[in-house]
Write a protein that binds this ligand. Structure first.
Ligand SMILES: [Cu+2]
Length: 110
């Protein structure tokens, strides 16, 4: 019984972060009153990642996302999914944040 439950949980986790046949991994991030959720995501070097970011509240100052290392400064309109697609070439970390740099997160590249 315990094993079955573990299997179901694993399947759910995989479904939440699918990699399709072209190798593009889609990661959904919400902006809520708590900040970016999830704030920290992990992707693989050499694989294209598509961040789909949806701001779900006006009670945040994260009304745009700044990803300095990639030269990205992208407005986040309310309730509108915004897609950022990039292919990290090497491992490391990318920090992203709101324009004032007090709400943010980390993309870890493995
Ligand atoms: Cu801010």
């Amino acid at each position: 019984m315990k094993t079955l439950l573990m299997g179901a949980l694993t399947a759910l986790t995989l479904a939440a972060a699918p990699a399709n046949k072209s190798g593009v991994r889609t990661v959904e991030i919400s902006v809520t009153s708590k900040g970016f959720e999830p704030a920290n995501v992990t992707v693989k070097a050499g694989h294209t990642v598509r961040l789909v970011i949806t701001r779900k509240t006006d009670r945040t100052c994260a009304k745009e996302i700044i990803l300095d290392d990639l030269g990205i400064n992208q407005p986040l309109p309310l309730d509108t999914p915004v897609t950022l697609e990039f292919t990290p070439s090497e491992s490391g970390t990318l920090r992203y944040a709101c324009a004032m740099d007090h709400i943010g997160g980390i993309v870890t590249i493995q």
